[in-house]
Design a binder for this molecule. Structure first.
Ligand code: B1M
Length: 232
């Protein structure tokens, strides 16, 4: 039963169906549960939120990415799937958050200058909130100076930078350099991620950690947090 719902969530992400009223790419889908109804059903059955995210949403978006790369999907198809994942994460967010637990620390997140991709960054933000961190999301296409100003004002323990384009990943390095030039580099631990980013790249630009996915990002923050005050 669990596997069947996860498979249906994945399939409906691929079809870009937010609710039962939506058409899919295939005929005759109107009236069948969409991502919203399936997530609510999964939660009502007590399913593990991690399985819903990794088995349903992330795997669904992986397939969408492959279909886009092979030319089977166009940008509107991809955006419909992205919207379905966004709506699903909004429903899941309260279930990830651990109520009544003191924040473990503050994280500022941003997709760097020139880059509009924010789905992965949003997932990382939600998982960090779910793990007990206060997250301030600056958005996408964020200039280094905006990040510097936010770090100075908010004094977070962590900064998370995301980039999805080979042409913008160096802007993560430029942002770290700008923080160094502003004298703020040692005030914050920096985690980077995004599809073109690797551990080696993260080290080369002077980041403190790299997460291949949202769960790894949380694990890295947790491990770095054990070496900090764990909240200001
Ligand atoms: Co774009 N796009 N896109 N795109 N897009 C890619 C990235 C691309 C690989 C597709 C392709 O051509 N094969 C390609 C990049 C090629 C390259 O640079 N080598 C590409 C391109 C070229 C472009 C445009 C230039 C297209 C054009 O206009 N000609 C353009 C650029 C716009 C810009 O940014 N300036 C563009 C635009 C778009 C849309 C706006 C249409 C849309 C984004 C919508 C949005 O984000 N709101 C879009 C999308 C959706 C994609 C693909 C299909 C999917 C990306 C995604 O959301 N994946 C992508 C192809 C692909 O990935 N196969 C593609 C799902 C998401 C959950 O994964 O973001 O990797 P991801 O996040 C993961 C991990 O990477 C990690 O955790 C997340 C969760 O597991 N992670 C972190 C991410 N950030 C992290 C931060 C961390 C830690 C982990 O610490 C802080």
């Amino acid at each position: 039963m669990t596997e069947a719902i996860i498979n249906l969530i994945r399939e409906n992400v691929i079809q870009g169906r937010v609710t039962q009223d939506d058409e899919g790419l295939e005929e005759g889908m109107v009236g069948q549960p969409g991502v919203t109804e399936l997530i609510e059903k999964a939660l009502a059955q007590g399913m593990d939120v991690r399985n819903i995210i990794s088995g349903g949403l992330t795997k669904g978006m992986d397939v969408v990415g492959q279909k886009f790369e092979t030319g089977e999907y166009y940008i509107p198809d991809m955006l419909a799937s992205a919207e379905a994942v966004g709506v699903a994460m909004e429903i899941l967010e309260p279930h990830l958050a651990k109520s009544g637990i003191k924040a473990k620390g503050k994280v500022i997140v941003a997709t760097v200058k020139g880059d509009l991709h924010d789905i992965g960054k949003n997932i990382v933000s939600i998982l960090l909130r779910g793990a007990g961190y206060t997250v301030k999301d600056l958005g996408n296409d964020i200039e280094p100076q905006v990040i510097i100003d936010a770090v100075r004002a908010e004094k977070p323990e962590f900064l998370g930078l995301s980039a999805l384009l080979t042409s913008t990943m160096m802007n993560m390095g430029d942002t770290i350099q700008a923080l160094t030039d502003s004298g703020l580099r040692d005030e914050v631990k920096i985690i980077v991620g995004g599809a073109p980013v690797s551990e080696e790249f993260a080290q080369s630009i002077g980041a403190d950690g790299y997460g291949a996915d949202g769960f790894q990002a949380v694990a890295i923050v947790e491990s770095l947090n054990s070496g900090t005050t764990g909240g200001k």
